[in-house]
Design a protein around this ligand. Sequence first.
Ligand code: TEU
Length: 585
Amino acid sequence: YSKQQWWKEAVIYQIYPSSFLDSGAGSRPGWGDIPGITSKLDYLKDLGVDVLWCSPMYKSPQADMGYDISDYKDMDPLYGKLEDADKLIAELKKRGMKMMMDLVVNHTSDQHDWFLDSRSSKNSSKRDWYIWKPAKYDKDGNRHPPNNWSMILGEKNSAWTWDEKTGEYYLSLFTSEQPDLNWETPALREAVHDVLHFWLQRGASGFRMDVINLISKHQDFPDADVVAPDHKYQPGFKYYANGPRLHEYLHEIKTKVLDKYDTITVGEMPFVRDEDEILKVVGQKDGSLNMIFLFEIVDIDNTPGSYRMTLHPWDATNIKETVAKYQRLMIERTGWNSCFIENHDNPRSVSRYCDDSDEYRELGAKLLCLMQTTLGGTIFVYQGEELGMRNMPPEWGPEEYKDIETINYWAKMNEMYPNNDEKLAFGRKVMQRKARDHARTPVQWSAEENAGFCKPGVEPWMRVIDDYKTVNAEVQQEKKADQLSVLQFWQRGLANRKEHKEVFVYGDFELLDKDHTKVFAYKRSSDKEAFVVVLNFSGDEVQWELPAQAKVESWVAGNYTAGKPEQPTSGTVTLKPWEGLLGMS
Ligand code: TEU
C-alpha cells in the first residue's frame, strides 16, 4: 500500500445539477441539465478540478431533489437522457477528468418499482426489501408507530409512515417519500451491487455514498433517548448510525464490486465522531472506503444531539479544535479524510463562518479558500464556492425556500405556534441561517438576465440572488493588476496545493497558538519544506505574535493583495479583519 494515491491528490467539484446551468435540453425550462454541465468542463478544468461529483440526476419524483430515486439506471428527463450522461463521461475523459456518481442506497423513492412491489402485499417477494413493522396500540386503542424515532428532514414528525393497504408502518428516516431499504436481505444487497457495476461499466470512476453509515439498523428498533422534551419524536441515530453490520456490508461492496475497478469512494457519515468507528471505514489497513464526510464543522451551529434546523453559538476555537483533531487522526492513525465546508445541505461558507457584507465577502471567501487549500485530505469544492457566493438575502420570504426540509420545518412551526410571533421569528431566523436552500440558488455565471443560468425570459426554478451583477464567474475571470478575484484566488490556491502536494496533501500538521480565540494558525511540513498559515477568523484587527515554531522566511501569499504580503517575518504581525497569510518556513 503506497502512501501516494491519485484520489488523495484529486480536486473534487460538487455539482448540484438543477442549479448549475440550464442549456435548454432538459424537460423543464429554468432547471439545470446534463448538457449544461458538459458545456462548462473547460471552466472546471481551468479551475483545477480533476473529478466531478454530481448530485443525483436519476429518475425521481424529486420529493427530495433526486435523493429519492425511482430508477437507478436511467436519467430523469429533467436532466436529459442516458446518452447525455455517457457524453458527459466521455468529455470528462478527454480532459483527463473523472466522474463520481451519487449513490443513494439507504433508501429509494416510494415510487421505485421495488417499493411499489413491496407495499403491494405482505406476501410480496420484495416485502423484506424494506423495513415493515406492525403498529403499537395504547390501552385506549390508539395507533402508534413502532418506536419514537423522529424524521431527519422534519424532526417533529415520526420516522415511520403508516401504510393503509397492508396495515403496517414502514421506516422512512428522511421523508415519507424515501422508504429505508432493508440491508438484512441478501437479494437487496445484490441488487445494489448490480447498480454499482452498471455505472462503473458505463465509465463512472466511483461514488459518493449518501448516508452510507445508516444502512445497518439495530434490529430490535429501540426507543431513542429524549433530547427534545417538547417534541413527540426523538433523534434515533444511536440505533441506526454505524449499526452492527455496517462494516460487513461495506466490506462486501468492496470485495464484490470496488476491487474489480480503479475507483474513488467517499462515504457520507453523519452523526459519528468515534475515532475507532471512523478508522474502521477509512483506515489505511482495512478500510472499505477511501474517505468519508464528517460533519463536525458543518454541524458547528446545531444544538448538540439535534438536526440542522437549530441554532447554537460557536467561535473560531471550535473550528480549530475540530480541524486539528481530524488532521492529526489521519496522520497519527493512518486513515484518510475529505476536506469540505460547503455542500448542497448547508448554507454558504462565507455567510456562515465569515462575513458576507460587501466590505468583507471577498476577503472571507479567500480566507476560507486559503484554509481549504492548505489542509490535508482530499479537497471538495462546491459549485459557487469558488465565486464566494452568499446565502439568500434574509429579507426573502418563506415562499423562496423550495427544500422539503425547510418547507416541513416552516409548516410545523406554523402548526405548533400559530400566533406566537416570537417563535415564528425564531423559525425565520433558523431558515435564514441554516436552510439547505442557501446553497441551491442558481450559479451566477454572468451579469446577464438570470445570471446566465438559464435563457432570458425563462423563470429559474429558484430565484437568482440579487447580487449577480457583481458576483459572477464572468467578472471574476477578468484580469486586474493588483487584485485576484475569488475565482482566481481559488485557481492559484489549487495550483499551489498541487505543486506542493508533499506538504499540503500528505504533510504533517501542527496547530499553533491553540487557545487564541480569533487566529487559526498552523504549520504544514514535509521532509523538504514547510509552510505557515495564519487566518484571522474575525472582523477585528489583531496583533499576533509569531510563535517560535513558526519561523517564517517570507510571506508568499495573502488575501489582501495579489502580490506578496508586506508583514514582518518575526515578532508581531498586525492582521487586518479576515486577513489570511501564507508563509514559507
Ligand atoms: O444528507 C444526509 C443528511 O441529512 C446529513 O447530511 C445532514 O446534513 C447531517 O446529518 C446534519 O446533521 C443526504 C443528502 O446529502 C441530502 O441532500 C438528502 O436529503 C439526504 O441524504 C437523504 O438522502
